[in-house]
Design a protein around this ligand. Structure first.
Ligand code: HEC
Length: 330
């Protein structure tokens, strides 16, 4: 499946604003998310009128990830045509159950049922997203995605599922993809870093490239041999040199990390064999329902996807509604 599902007008919102407004910030149309980012971050309210009236919160982000995310994967948002108060719109999107589909099985878990799973926490977990600092750090508690998937499909860890994708859809139709290997097997270092650093948001989860309508296409990286120094220059410069996005400094993308990413996509056998193990404290992928010791509210999303290994806020989803294991295309 491609990563360019987003074509609806509303999906262009964040990206258009980046192009149109003279703000050195990236935007996040996902207000619940913006609320998380808001702590300690300069905020700006913007009225958007070309698509619909909607209060958006512009947050100083290190990268344009959340804005581009809208184009990369947020297809056809189910938003009301007229804009109600932001808070109540978010409340309305809150999910109190999540449906898991795998291998012909489908099962819906209520929040209470999720809370019945062994509690897993990501303590003081922060991700990059704000120019002026990290998001959080927050402590999240929830059910392990591995456990929940296994409850529905006991065969899920079986290598026959290799190549599957785990498609997470929120109630506003926001979509995030995970590789089966990320949960149940080993991922080559380059492929892991690529997702951890948020490149997947624009270039697609397998480096296949995405070309959302009305946006700058992010080229495929898979199968290409790219010169490290040239790409490094592009990444460090950002802006016009890299699709209009903010620079990746050394602290966010070390030279060796980019090398691993490029080596992996060049098809290097050695790179494919060099597997990555996330640090133990970040290993979990959670369906979180508790933040900082408090139950998540409807505004926050109630049921949220938190991908522990990710350093960029690229696969952090609110209002998770369905999770489907999509088998590899044969
Ligand atoms: C917010 C979207 C976005 C993110 C995130 C992003 N890119 Fe890009 N990237 C683009 C776009 C758009 C282009 C095309 C630039 C152009 O044509 O001006 C591009 C171009 C590139 C190119 C040049 C490819 C070529 O054909 O010459 C490379 C290499 C690249 N990106 C690597 C990365 C890596 C590695 C990451 C993660 C560390 C990353 N990008 C993150 C949007 C993004």
């Amino acid at each position: 499946m491609g990563g360019a599902e987003g074509t609806g007008g509303a999906d262009n919102l964040g990206y258009d604003m980046i192009n149109n407004l003279d703000v050195d910030v990236a935007l996040n149309h996902r207000r619940g998310h913006a609320r998380d980012l808001a702590k300690g971050v300069r905020m700006k309210r913007i009225e958007e009128s070309s698509h619909r009236t909607l209060i958006c919160v512009a947050v100083a982000l290190a990268l344009v990830l959340p804005a581009q995310r809208v184009g990369a994967q947020g297809a056809g948002m189910a938003m009301p045509a007229s804009a109600p108060a932001a808070a109540s719109a978010d409340e309305a999107k809150a999910t109190r159950d999540v449906t898991i589909k795998s291998g012909g099985q489908s099962r819906t878990f209520t929040l209470a049922e999720l809370q019945g799973f062994p509690k897993v926490s990501l303590a003081r977990y922060s991700v990059i997203g704000a120019k002026m600092g990290l998001i959080g750090p927050y402590t999240w508690v929830g059910a392990s995605l591995i456990e929940v998937l296994t409850r529905v499909d006991p065969t899920i860890a079986n290598p026959s599922h290799k190549g599957s994708e785990i498609l997470v859809t929120s109630s506003d139709n926001w979509k995030v993809r995970l590789l089966w290997e990320e949960l149940f097997a080993a991922v080559p270092r380059g492929a892991a870093l690529y997702n951890i650093k948020g490149c997947n948001e624009c270039h697609g989860i397998r480096g296949e490239g995405t070309a959302p309508a009305g946006k700058k296409a992010a080229p495929a990286l898979a199968g290409r041999t790219l010169a490290l120094d040239a790409v490094l220059t592009q990444m460090r410069a950002g802006g016009d040199a890299h699709g209009g996005i903010n620079p990746y400094p050394e602290s966010q993308l070390a030279r060796g990390e980019l090398q691993a990413i490029l080596d992996y996509y060049s098809g290097s056998k050695a790179a494919a064999a060099d597997t990555f193990v996330p640090p133990s404290e970040r290993r979990s992928v959670l369906l979180a329902y508790e933040k900082e010791g408090q139950p998540a509210t409807g505004k926050d999303g109630l049921i949220q996807l938190i991908v522990g290994p990710d350093e960029a806020a690229s696969r952090y989803s609110h209002w998770v509604k369905t999770i489907e294991v999509v088998p590899a295309a044969r």
